[in-house]
Design a protein around this ligand. Structure first.
Ligand SMILES: Cc1cc2nc3c(=O)[nH]c(=O)nc-3n(C[C@H](O)[C@H](O)[C@H](O)COP(=O)(O)O)c2cc1C
Length: 401
């Protein structure tokens, strides 16, 4: 997309990426795309805020040249050092050698380590202001949203908050960069939640601190470095991030994430019956086949729902491996406070339930109930499975964590 003027002399000059298969080498984005939003402020001093991934340098340079000659750039603000926002720094330096890089003291050694740049770097302090002529930037440090060196930049005259990874989301920008023009806001909110669960969730306590710290600013526009620019309703994405951050301590909303896997179909039959029970309880639930659905999508729903139903068989005295992998990711992402039930088949020793109990202790999840059965379920066991689903669903609807 060609450059877009967000406010007088404030330009979006980002790029859409449909080529990267896995964001951070982990999370699928090629289907829905992801944007790297970069911003150019034109004034007596011209400023570039956050860059794009190195593979998009040609497109990026073209975008810059639509606004100014790169040799007229005075400052390059590096809010966050992750290479999807800083990867073009060395190349940009070659076409704009006069520009001073502005960053936090924590980012400076990273710039040296990643790009071997020593000169022309100036650090800023938390709360520092920078006059550009008619515009004025102010910097606020928000450590660990997403790396320790991260800050945001606020332009006072237009009220635009350049928030980098904070308030970002997956999803390439399709025809518009603004929330108030896009036809499918639900898509971007859904992809922002997936991004939150994949990228930001672990740092939820720091997200809450950052939101509290920025609460006095009241921006007219929230302009993150991924996804939509929130101009129509800038508070919406801030409130969503606040709600999602709270899930780490509340355990989430009244809903069930049903994680199922099977080798020969016994656990699958029980899972179908379990869903009949859930349905009767009228609890909202979403089912994932852990063999087939990428954890990126599962983590999103896991983060959101306070109830987790695990339906997998015993495998080599433990959990079915794809489920164990998922629990490992859940631990790394700090997914806590869940209520859990287990059901599944075994043939001789069992062991899946035992391993799940250990995981629950580790994750700060509470195992509420369980039902193991040998081989295929009997009529009586089917009955109990349905009752379990119904009971669990009702409980999840009511429980306040
Ligand atoms: C590779 C493999 C390992 C297994 N390990 C165990 C085990 O350690 N203990 C046990 O009781 N059953 C074990 N089983 C048996 C399965 O748990 C049993 O067949 C169960 O009914 C499979 O459920 P499913 O039809 O949902 O896949 C194993 C089965 C396979 C194929």
């Amino acid at each position: 997309m060609p450059r877009i003027e967000i406010a007088p002399n404030v330009f979006w000059i980002g790029v859409n990426d449909y080529n990267t298969e896995l964001f951070e080498g982990l999370w699928p984005v090629s289907e829905k795309g992801v944007s790297y939003n970069s911003y150019l402020l034109k004034d007596q001093k011209n400023v570039l805020i956050d860059l794009v991934k190195s593979s998009y340098f040609d497109e990026f340079l073209y975008q810059i040249k639509q606004v100014i000659d790169p040799r007229e750039l005075h400052y390059i603000v590096v809010n966050h050092m992750e290479p999807d926002h800083s990867g073009t720094l060395s190349l940009l330096r070659e076409v704009a050698p006069q520009a001073t890089i502005l960053c936090t003291p924590q980012a400076q050694p990273m710039i040296q380590a990643f790009y071997h740049l020593e000169k022309g770097i100036q650090t800023v302090q938390d709360g520092d202001e920078l006059s550009l002529g008619t515009k004025k930037l102010q910097f606020f440090f928000i450590p660990f949203v997403h790396w320790p060196e991260t800050m945001v930049s606020f332009e006072q005259s237009s009220g635009i908050l350049f928030s980098c990874d904070a308030f970002g989301g997956y999803g390439a920008l399709k025809g518009t960069i603004f929330d108030d023009q896009c036809q499918n806001l639900d898509f971007y909110i859904d992809e922002a939640l997936r991004y939150y669960a994949n990228i930001v969730a672990k740092f939820s306590a720091m997200v809450k601190k950052a939101i509290a710290k920025l609460s006095d600013i009241k921006p007219n526009v929230v302009a993150p470095s991924h996804g939509l620019i929130w101009r129509g309703n800038p508070q919406q994405i801030v409130e969503l991030y606040q709600k999602w951050a709270d899930f780490q301590t509340t355990g989430g909303e009244a809903g069930v994430t049903l994680l199922y896997g099977t080798m020969y179909g016994a656990t699958e039959k029980a899972t179908e019956t379990f869903m009949q029970g859930l349905l009767k309880s009228e609890v909202p639930f979403e089912v994932f086949d852990v063999r087939k659905i990428h954890p990126s999508y599962i983590l999103k729903t896991l983060w959101q729902n306070r109830g987790v139903a695990v339906a997998v068989p015993t495998y080599e005295t433990g959990l079915f491996p794809p489920l164990a992998h998922l629990l490992d990711l859940a631990k790394r992402k700090g997914i806590a406070g869940k209520k859990v039930v287990y059901l599944g088949s075994f043939a001789w020793s069992g062991g899946a339930k035992r391993e799940l109990e250990k995981w629950c202790a580790d994750l700060n999840w509470e195992m509420i109930d369980s039902l193991e059965f040998k081989g295929n379920p009997t009529i009586q066991e089917f009955q109990k499975v349905e009752e379990l689903g119904n009971r669990f669903g009702k409980m999840i609807k009511q429980v306040s964590i």
